[in-house]
Design a protein around this ligand. Structure first.
Ligand code: C5P
Length: 211
């Protein structure tokens, strides 16, 4: 196994992150969560009061940014940042900016065994030639319940019907945007993550054994 790329796409709260972390640990691959990059950018835009409806303001800000943290933190896990990330992600210039960060990350770490990268467009746009593409399937009610628990556990106030509404809205935005919408890559394996995590990882490990 050398330099392989595994892509993990799927809708909000489908468990991509947990699954990717598992693959990273089990198969000793470097993990990149592209959602973190969109969320980090959203946080910068929020702090700097960028008008996200003004494309010129967005482009100007992107040209000024020198580095973006890849670090996960509770302050970017909020619903507010998630929704803002989804809103800015519709822009081509934002997507190109984030895609370049991902290409540089892979280039910089190329002596690795490989990568597991999760997001919405990783197998369909960013790494079209990936060695293995996974698409995570979970219905929206189960996703909302899991996200609700996650938010409550991390100390955020949360209302289940609102979470479900947000998830459905985010799905709609992610699937219907013009630039890189969330689609199931043609050559992706569907991974059902509605049952136990053990069942999910069994499906994945069977696929990875061939590398
Ligand atoms: O996966 P996560 O919920 O952290 O992503 C936040 C938002 O960033 C998503 O709702 C989506 O709109 C956007 N995103 C994207 N493409 C990716 C990763 C995230 O458009 N590859």
């Amino acid at each position: 196994m050398k330099n392989i790329i595994i892509t993990v796409d799927g809708p909000a709260a489908s468990g991509k992150e947990k699954i990717s972390k598992y693959i990273s640990k089990r198969w000793k691959l470097k993990h990149l969560d592209s959602g973190i990059l969109y969320r980090r950018l959203a946080l910068i835009f929020l702090k700097d009061k960028i008008n996200i409806n003004n494309i010129n303001e967005i482009k100007k800000k992107l040209s000024e940014i020198r580095r973006i943290s890849f670090r996960k933190s509770n302050k970017i896990r909020t619903q507010e940042i998630g929704n803002l990330a989804s809103a800015i992600a519709v822009n081509k210039c934002v997507r190109e900016f984030i895609n370049n960060l991902q290409y540089n990350f892979v280039k910089k770490n190329k002596n690795n065994r490989g990568f597991v990268i999760d997001g919405r467009d990783i197998g369909s746009v960013v790494f079209k030639n990936a060695d293995l593409k996974l698409y995570i399937v979970v219905n929206s009610e189960i996703r909302a319940k899991r996200r609700y628990k996650q938010l409550i556990d991390s100390g955020e106030k949360s209302i289940y019907p609102q979470i479900l509404k947000d998830i459905k809205l985010r799905d709609k935005k992610d699937k219907t945007r013009i630039n890189s919408p969330l689609v199931i890559p043609k050559d992706a394996y569907h991974i059902n993550n509605e049952s136990t995590f053990r069942e999910t990882t069994n499906q994945i490990n069977r696929l990875l054994e061939r590398f």
